[in-house]
Design a protein around this ligand. Structure first.
Ligand SMILES: [Zn+2]
Length: 379
């Protein structure tokens, strides 16, 4: 079921969601998905794409100047395609890309929206090789475009649901490195290291199932306690395994003893309630990410693991939303996040080269293998 151009125009103007409901599957709410044909019909049209994006940035209200200390209205439309809006008072010309990670890009709006659509269509995203062919871009441009789409997920803040508190599961683990060192269950905190090993902390809020992940400098007790202080609200309850590096956490904490084969345990909380203490949710989200990562790891640049982890889990957190809601979420998040190629490829302490088994093989030339993943490309 596809609509006419006029119908789409009408839907966008009145804020009716695009897409159609998919058949319900057990345990999931109805999902309103946009199929490829519809995506192309709406987003590849400059006028519809513009109207759709205007609604996201300014709702029904007036066009607002995006300059950080302006925010003024009284904006007029111009006939400059690159800068279609102008505000007389502050003399600012701007476009829908201004002050977002799409800023300073020659890629037309409709291709940006299609890139958003394609990249959100599955958990691993679209490959830059595919985008390069479909959009007639160079490989580097396609890769850079995707990194800018994904910049929306690069926030340090936890998902908003975290503020609601309640129960959380936490896990700190090694990530990357050699195959032989990667046993998730058998990891020995503080004892491995090796090429490209990184310490990663992941936290799940049980009620929402939302995950937050970051790379941390070490898995020492103080680093973990500091991270929890920043991410998990006061008064929350935390479940971890029985690792010693969780001991300084300043929250009510109930360990589950994995060494004794214990994965779920009934605990009495400080508030008198009984709950099931487990770290199963955080571990299953995390292990899904690990599987996705390991599939491509042997060629992945060690420079961008944080980007990869945050992107994957960012998509995971919005996976139950309708397609259009996912796109709205990502576009809203990218406002205020400019990303230049220099910022993206600047030295972050990790080598940009990848090599067999993830060992350090610094390399200057650009290597790319689109069949594996996008993160292989090295600047
Ligand atoms: Zn202004």
């Amino acid at each position: 079921m596809s609509h006419t151009y006029a119908e789409y125009e009408q839907m966008i103007q009145s804020g009716i969601q695009l897409g159609k409901l998919s058949k319900s599957s057990p345990g999931r709410k109805h999902h309103r998905g946009i199929d490829l044909a519809e995506a192309f019909k709406v987003f590849s049209d400059t006028d519809l794409a513009t109207k759709w994006l205007e609604r996201i940035r300014w709702e029904d209200g007036p066009v607002i100047c995006p300059l950080p200390d302006c925010g003024g209205t009284m904006v007029s439309r111009t006939n400059r395609i690159d800068m279609p809006y102008r505000r007389k008072d502050c003399r600012n010309w701007f476009s829908l890309k201004t002050e977002t990670s799409m800023a300073n890009s020659k890629l037309p709006l409709e291709k940006w929206l299609l890139a958003f659509y394609l990249d959100l269509a599955n958990l691993k995203g679209v490959s830059s090789m595919k985008l390069c062919r479909d959009f007639d871009l160079s490989q580097i441009s396609a890769w850079f475009t995707l990194q800018r789409v994904r910049e929306a997920f690069m926030t340090d803040e936890p998902p908003p649901d975290f503020a609601l508190g309640g129960e959380f599961q936490l896990d700190a683990a090694y990530f990357g490195g050699l195959e032989a060192n990667r046993h998730f269950i058998d990891r020995i905190p503080g004892g491995q290291g090796g090429a490209n090993m990184m310490d990663v902390i992941s936290i799940t809020q049980v009620a929402s199932g939302k995950m937050w992940v970051d790379i941390i400098p070490d898995t020492g007790a103080d680093t973990i306690a500091d991270t929890v202080e920043r991410i998990v609200p006061m008064g929350a309850t935390l479940y971890t395994d029985d690792g010693r590096h969780y001991r300084r956490i300043q929250r009510e904490r109930h360990p589950v003893n994995h060494n004794l084969g214990e994965y779920v345990r009934i605990v009495d909380l400080a508030n008198g309630m009984q709950r099931m203490a487990t770290t199963n949710t955080v571990e299953s989200g995390w292990s899904m990410f690990r599987r996705s990562y390991h599939g491509i790891h042997h060629k992945m640049s060690p420079k961008h693991p944080r980007r990869y982890a945050k992107t994957f889990l960012g998509r995971w957190n919005i996976r139950l939303l309708d397609t259009e809601e996912q796109m709205r979420h990502v576009i809203r998040e990218m406002v205020g996040r400019e990303l230049s190629y220099d910022m993206l490829t600047e030295d972050n302490g990790f080598p940009s080269g990848a090599g067999p088994n993830g060992a350090h093989y610094p390399e200057r030339r650009i290597r790319y293998n689109g069949e594996l993943d996008d993160y292989i490309l090295q600047g």
